[in-house]
Design a protein. Structure first.
Lengths: 337, 337
DNA sequence: TTGAAAGCGCTAACAG
DNA sequence: CTGTTAGCGCTTTCAA
C-alpha cells in the first residue's frame, strides 16, 4: 500500500477512524488492547499521518519560519543550527526564507504567512528594514514573532540579542588602551539595530576619553568586496588615517585585511583591528584576529525556545522583553600584544 | 475579518466558492468582469489561500526538504543560498533538516517524509551513511530525490557533484610539481563519496609519479578540533613527516595551520597546503590558502532546478545522471610561489 | 471504551 | 461562463 490512511487501518481492524486516531495519539479513552493492535498495524503498514490534513483540521502546522538576511555568514549559519536543534527536539519543522537584505522581499515573505502556513516566526531583519508595520500587522493577526540579533526595537515582543552596546564600548576601550587614537567604526548599514548599538558603544567609549580629543569616525560600507576594498583603501590613504578599526560586520574583515596588505600597512603595527565575528578561521588569519565573538548558536536556540514556549500555550502572547546573551572579547594578535 | 476564506469572498460577492477559486487561479473559464471583482475583494480582505487545505486537496505541498549534514560550513551555506533562490523563484518553500552527520537522524528524517509533507528532497548524505535503502524505499514510494555533493552512487537518480576525482588529482599533481614528495591526504571520513573520489584522484596522481617511489598516505581525522590537532601534530612530528597536505574538509584547515604554527613548521617553506574549501577568508589566512574552490551555489541551484523540473511534470521520474560542475584550483601562497 | 458524523478550506469533476 | 457536489485525511464533538 502506498500511503496508508487512518481509514485503511480502521477498515483492516474493523474499528472506526476515530478510534484509530485516538489510539495513535495515545488517548486515555482507548483501551490498551486496542491501542496495541492499532500501534502494531500502523508500524507494519508504515503509517504516517498526513500533516496537511491534520494542520487543516487543527489549524496548527507544527512549522515555524526562519527569516534571515542571508546564510553565507558564520553568525547565521550557527544560529540556524541552534534553531534547528531545538525545533527538532520539539517536533517542529523549519522553513527557511532569505531576504537577501531586501525589504521588499522581507515584506513579501511575511505577507505570505498570513495564510497560516506557519505557527510562528523567528526573524532577523534586513538591512533595508526601517519600519515594522509589516511585522506588527502580522502580530496583530495573531502570529507569534520572536526577533533575534537584528531586531525592531519598537515591536512589542521577545527579542534575543547580544550586548551590542557594551561590546562596542568594550572593543573601543580595548583599542584605546592599546594606544589607538583614531579609531574607525566600520559597518555595512547604519540602519540596523545592532550597528546602531555597537556604534553608540563606540561613540561613548571615545567620549569617555574626551580629554584626548578623539573624533568619532563611523563609516558605512556596502555589499560588494570591490566597493568595500575601495572605501577602506581610501580611508587608509586619507590624511586622517585610522590607527584602529572596529569592524562590525563579518564580510568587512577581508577588505580590511586586504587593504592593509596592499598598502603595506602592518596589523597590528600601524593599525589594530577588532572584528565582530564568529569565524572559525579568526585564529589562523594573518595576524590572528581579535574578535567579539557572538553566542550565535545560543541566540538561535534561545529565540526558538521562547517561540515554542508560546506555541505550547493557548494564550500565545509573547512577553515584550529583551534577552541579552553576552558576547565575548577574544584577544588575539590583530590588536598587538 | 481575521482569516477570510474562499467562502467569505463567495458569500459577499454572491457567487460560488468554485467561481472564486477559479477566478483567483486565473482560470480561462471565468469572465474578466468576475475575475476583476474577485481579485479586488480578495486584495481588500487581504485574502491568502490556506496552503494546507490546498495541499490536502491536491496532494502536493509546494514544499521541498533540504537534508544536510550541517550548516556551519561555507559549502553548505552557499548551497542553501542556491537552493533557496531557485525555490523562491519557483514559488516553493524550503524545509531544512540537519543530520549532524548521524545516519540515525538521517533515517528518521527521511522516514517522516513518507507522510507527504514534501514534494521532493535534496540531500547531501551524512558521514555515517553507507547504505541507501532508506532513500531507495522513499523513492520507490514515489518521492523524487536529488543528491548534491555527497551522493549515493548506487541510487538511480540525478546527482550534482563537482569533479572530485579530477580535482584530487589536480591538487596532488600541483603539489608534486611544487616539489612535494610526501603528500598526505586529510579527510574527515573515508566513507563519503567525495572523500573517496578525491582520494582516488590523489592516489592516481601519486601513481603517475611512480618512478619517484611515492607512498600514499591517507589520514582520516575526526570531528573535534582537539582531536584533529593531535592527529595532525603527531603526523608532523613522526618519522615520515609530510611535506604537503591535501585537505579534503574545510574544518581541517584550522588544525593544519595551527599544528604547523605550534611546531614552527613553515607553510609553504616546509609543508605546502591545498584545501577543498569555499572560505572567503582563504585569501587572508597566513599564508593565504591555495584552494580547490567548489561551485557551491551553482551546485545547490542546479540540484534544485532538476528537482523542480521533475515536479512540474506529472511523470515525476528523474533521470539517472551525474551532473558535474567543475571546481577551480585557486593558487595562493600556501603552496609556495 | 467506541462509533457516527460534521467539517477544517480548498479543488475538480460534472452538470448546466 | 458558473454552480453543485463530493471529498482530500484528519480531529472532535456528541451520542451510544
Amino acid at each position: 500500500m502506498a500511503n496508508p490512511t487512518l481509514k485503511d487501518i480502521a477498515t483492516i481492524l474493523g474499528v472506526s477512524t476515530a478510534t484509530v486516531s485516538r489510539a495513535l495519539r495515545d488517548s486515555y479513552e482507548i483501551g490498551p488492547a486496542t491501542k496495541k493492535k492499532v500501534a502494531e498495524l500502523a508500524k507494519q503498514l508504515n503509517y504516517f499521518p498526513n500533516p496537511y490534513a491534520s494542520s487543516l483540521r487543527k489549524g496548527r502546522s507544527k512549522t515555524i519560519a526562519v527569516v534571515l538576511p542571508e546564510v553565507a555568514d558564520s553568525f547565521f549559519s550557527l544560529a540556524i543550527n541552534g534553531i534547528e536543534s531545538v525545533a527538532q527536539h520539539k517536533g517542529y519543522h523549519v522553513l527557511i526564507y532569505l531576504t537577501h537584505e531586501s525589504f521588499e522581499r522581507e515584506e513579501a515573505i511575511l505577507n505570505e504567512f498570513k495564510s497560516g502556513r506557519v505557527d510562528g516566526i523567528l526573524i532577523s531583519v534586513s538591512e533595508e528594514t526601517n519600519t515594522s508595520t509589516h511585522l506588527v500587522k502580522l502580530m496583530e493577526a495573531g502570529m507569534p514573532v520572536v526577533f533575534f540579533d537584528r531586531i525592531c526595537e519598537d515591536v512589542m515582543t521577545a527579542k534575543v540579542v547580544t550586548d551590542d552596546y557594551e561590546s562596542g564600548y568594550k572593543a573601543t576601550v580595548y583599542l584605546l588602551k592599546k594606544g589607538c587614537r583614531n579609531i574607525c567604526f566600520l559597518s555595512t548599514s547604519s540602519n540596523l539595530s545592532i550597528s546602531k548599538n555597537r556604534a553608540e558603544g563606540y561613540a561613548d567609549a571615545l567620549a569617555a576619553f574626551r580629554k584626548k580629543n578623539l573624533i568619532s569616525n563611523v563609516v558605512t560600507c556596502g555589499e560588494s568586496l570591490a566597493y568595500n576594498l575601495k572605501t577602506i583603501t581610501k580611508l587608509l590613504k586619507g590624511k586622517n588615517k585610522p590607527d584602529g578599526f572596529v569592524v562590525s560586520a563579518e564580510k568587512l574583515i577581508p577588505p580590511v585585511y586586504l587593504s592593509c596588505k596592499k598598502l603595506k600597512i602592518s596589523i597590528p603595527g600601524n593599525v589594530k583591528v577588532i572584528g565582530f565575528t564568529n569565524l572559525q578561521t579568526s585564529l589562523i588569519l594573518a595576524p590572528s584576529l581579535t574578535t567579539i565573538t557572538q553566542p550565535a548558536f545560543e541566540m538561535g536556540a534561545h529565540a526558538a525556545a521562547i517561540l515554542f514556549k508560546s506555541l505550547d500555550k493557548k494564550r500565545r502572547q509573547i512577553m515584550n522583553e529583551q534577552i541579552v546573551i553576552k558576547s565575548e572579547l577574544v584577544i588575539r594578535n590583530s590588536t598587538g600584544r
